[in-house]
Design a protein around this ligand. Structure first.
Ligand SMILES: *Cc1c(COP(=O)(O)O)cnc(C)c1O
Length: 367
């Protein structure tokens, strides 16, 4: 069976380095808010092209704390993509803000700048974009809309570590950006982890305080904070993997190129835009008979995934909320629903070889 992903294989090249770093941290005996985190934050900020990174407990926490740091009045509207992982929308709800769902562009699957403009109201305070599957949104257009309308711009970069356009990287376009270091992400830890990047020193300090019980000085609590810190072990593992992030992304991009050039035209392939360097967190194809295609691949010993089977506005937890009633009408979010019904994610990990992908392509082309 060809697995969709194998974390033990993807991490195998790092085993020896992980073990020696683990041993030295164990000997030192310092596990929270120490030198490992400090170094990772410095290096990841530099990698993204910003001045600050604040390590937190998860990608969801990064989103929640980024929004929290902006101190928006309760009920303010935040523009979010309708087609995203549910975490993006949960972060808005956990801040007592109102998510306004905006349809994706039908080619890129990322939030449509034109539709953002159409969704703005007097209550809009922020735009939260998602660089879905590892492809940057159209940030020049979206930044312009944010500036013109006096809105905060936040990036959910959980799937886009290292994605760039003309050299500018994900995490450096907005006032703030949230990253996840969940194990399967392009830069993945050995447990949960997240980070916020920014070039705003005031926001960075606010988040440093928020993540640590609202305190800068031990036992002095200035604001009502959280406990959400990227721990020393995860920070150390991430620093080791960060050195290889460009190689990991290049590997995935090379595998994506095999799919892009060799799959037959029955499948709708991801779009490729000039000047954009996608990092293919996910390589998705679309097909009207998605479910039978997935069964067929499984019968041929190839595992796939679906990102995602149920769109956020149809989730049990959300669809009864008042803010989600406008989206319950049939056809309210047709592009989002069509993508969810037809998308299939193919194997594309650091552990997969060109030979693996050639087999997937052969089987797919015989469908
Ligand atoms: C993974 C992911 C998150 C959440 O990250 P966690 O670390 O699992 O909390 C948020 N947004 C998107 C787009 C993601 O893919």
């Amino acid at each position: 069976m060809l697995p969709y992903d194998s974390l033990s294989l993807s991490n195998a090249p790092f085993f020896a380095a992980f073990q020696s770093r683990f041993a030295s941290i164990l000997e030192k005996g310092w596990f929270i808010l120490g030198e490992q985190l400090h170094n990772f934050e410095k290096n990841f900020a530099a990698y993204c092209g910003v001045t600050h990174c604040v390590g937190v407990g998860s990608g969801l926490d990064a989103l929640i704390l980024a929004l929290k740091a902006l101190d928006l009045p309760a009920g303010s509207e935040v523009i979010v993509p309708a087609h995203t992982y549910v975490a993006t929308i949960l972060a808005v709800l956990h801040n007592q803000l109102t998510p306004i769902l905006v349809e994706p562009d039908a080619q890129t699957y990322n939030i449509s700048p034109q539709k953002i403009e159409a969704a703005l109201t007097k209550r809009t305070k922020a735009i939260l974009v998602v660089h879905l599957y590892g492809k940057l949104c159209e940030m020049d257009k979206i930044s312009e809309i944010a500036t013109k309308n006096g809105l905060f711009l936040i990036e959910d970069a959980a799937q886009a570590h290292g994605a760039s356009r003309c050299g500018q990287k994900a995490g450096s376009f907005g006032n703030l950006a949230a990253f996840s270091f969940y194990p399967t992400k392009n830069l993945g830890a050995l447990g949960d982890g997240g980070g916020i990047t920014t070039s705003d020193p005031i926001l960075a300090e606010k988040i440093q305080i928020l993540r640590n019980y609202g305190s800068k000085i031990k036992y002095h609590n200035e604001i009502i904070g959280y406990n959400s810190r990227l721990d020393e072990l995860q920070a150390a593992f991430l620093s080791l993997k960060l050195e290889k992030l460009d190689a990991i992304n290049a590997h995935k991009r090379a595998l994506a190129n095999l799919y892009l050039t060799q799959l037959k035209s029955d499948f709708i392939l991801p779009s490729v835009e000039k000047d954009y360097q996608d990092v293919y967190h996910i390589f998705n194809i679309r097909h009207p008979k998605r479910d039978s295609l997935r069964q067929y691949l499984l019968k041929n010993q190839i595992q796939t995934e679906i990102h995602y089977p149920i769109p956020p506005h149809q989730q049990e937890a959300l669809r009864h909320l008042a803010a989600f009633q406008p989206y319950q009408k049939k056809g309210a979010l047709p592009i989002t629903e069509l993508i969810h019904q037809t998308t299939l994610s193919l194997p594309i990990s650091y552990a997969h070889t060109p030979t693996d992908i050639a087999r997937v392509i052969d089987v797919l082309n015989a469908f």
